[in-house]
Structures are given as C-alpha cells and as structure tokens.
Ligand binder design. Structure first.
Ligand SMILES: O=C[C@H](O)[C@H](O)[C@H](O)COP(=O)(O)O
Length: 229
C-alpha cells in the first residue's frame, strides 16, 4: 500500500487500522485493544463484522465502540484462546517490546493479549524507538501503594506522577490508579517488566515484553511497513 507524503498522523492510523483486517480470521473471535489507532481498526472491522464471531475487548471504551457498530463482544472468561490480538502502542522497539497504557487500559490489554496466539501492533511511525522510556511509563497501581511505588521508581532514576482526570486521580476500568514515570531508560524490557510486576501494589507495568508484538504494521509516509518481530 502506498501513501502520499502528506498524510497526517490520523490518516496513518486509519491506514494501519485498515491493514490489520488481513490478520482477522473469518469465523473466529478477534482480540481488540484500546486507543485512537485501535478505534480506526474497530471502524474497519465493522465492514467485515458478518464474517467474524465477535470480539474480546480490552476496555470499556473499546467495548462501547464495538457494540455501537454492531460487533458482538464476549467476556474474556468465556474464551479459551484467540488467534489474534490487535492493539496500538505508545512506543515499540525493533524486538516488538512495547510501552503501553497511555489510554489507561494496560492491564486488560495484557489479559486479552495473553489469550492470543499472535499480537499485531498497529502504530504510526512516530511510535518506533530504539530504546523504550521516552514516553512516560504508565503503571497501574493499587491506590494505597502509589506513594511507596513512586519512591521505588525514584530509586531507579524515574519521576512518577499520579495521572489526573478533571483534577482528580484517574480511576481505571479496574477501579485503580495510574502512575506515569518519566526519566527511565528501559534497556532490558524483559527484566524490567519482571521486576516491577513483583512490587507490592503494582497491578501491571506498561512494559509489554513477556507479551511482545509478533508483527507491527507501521504507518509511514511511504505506506504501511510490516515488521515481523
Ligand atoms: O492504554 C492504552 C493503550 O495501551 C494504547 O494502545 C496506547 O496508549 C496507544 O494509543 P494510541 O493508538 O491512541 O496512540
């Protein structure tokens, strides 16, 4: 697919959202992520909704969009496995390791991704990085542990702030809070994810290395680039 150089970031998201349809298996369920890029995928998915069984969703926001377009949404507990999970990223590196959670959906995203045999990341080219960490790292936390966890990040050189919405701590779909951690360089994503996920009070860290992307569809000025990871 070729794109003229004048495409906006929004148009690049539309391109990769549409390109992801090729990974949807007829007659099956598809795992659906969250965010502005996935919204483009959901819109494209509506055009083939009669060929699939439905979706397993990673957020209330995606569920609402899927249902509004007439796509059935199944509970993750009723599904043993998915052929594919399609989601965006805030950062992705050349190994398929990602930072996610800019939309606060990281925990459910990891759960639905865990059900899938293949993770297809859709992103515009601004998301491709050499090393993870420039995007403030989202971490979902149990509220009573937030200050303690923030201090642990300080000891790693990070500065953690509680994410707010309308002046109040943002509450996730799971009833928890989000810390955004700036100043980290995540040179070993697998080790980092494994360590932080063990800290008491951490629900999920937004590094996706244990469940990395297998394919990335990257929207570029030259068109959609497919990275096999
Ligand atoms: O919590 C949100 C997700 O991890 C998103 O996939 C991520 O933030 C990318 O979102 P967007 O496509 O809006 O840049």
């Amino acid at each position: 697919m070729t794109a003229p150089t004048s495409l906006s970031q929004d148009e690049l998201k539309t391109l990769v959202g549409q390109a992801a349809l090729q990974y949807v298996v007829p007659g099956e369920l598809v795992g659906v992520g969250t965010g502005s890029t996935v919204n483009k995928f959901i819109d494209a998915l509506a055009s083939i909704k009669d060929t699939i069984r439905g979706a397993v969703s990673s957020s209330e926001a995606s569920t609402a969009r899927l249902k509004a377009l007439g796509i059935p949404v199944l509970d993750a507990n009723d599904v043993r496995s998915l052929s594919v999970y399609i989601d965006g990223a805030d950062e992705i590196d050349g190994n398929g390791y990602m930072v996610k959670g800019g939309g606060a959906a990281l925990t459910r995203e990891k759960i639905v991704a865990a059900l899938a045999r293949r993770f297809v990341c859709i992103a515009d080219e601004s998301k491709l990085v050499n090393v993870l960490g420039a995007f403030p790292l989202p971490v979902e936390v149990i509220p009573m542990a937030a200050a303690h966890i923030a201090r642990r990040f300080e000891s790693l050189g990070g500065q953690a702030t509680l994410r707010l919405k309308d002046g109040q701590p943002l509450v996730t779909d799971n009833g928890q809070h989000i810390l955004d951690v700036r100043g980290l360089t995540i040179s070993d994503p697998l080790a980092f994810e494994t360590e932080v996920n063990q800290w008491p009070g951490v629900v999920t860290v937004g590094v996706f290395a244990l469940q990395k992307a297998n394919v990335c569809l990257l929207g570029t000025a030259q068109g959609v680039r497919t990275l096999s990871l």
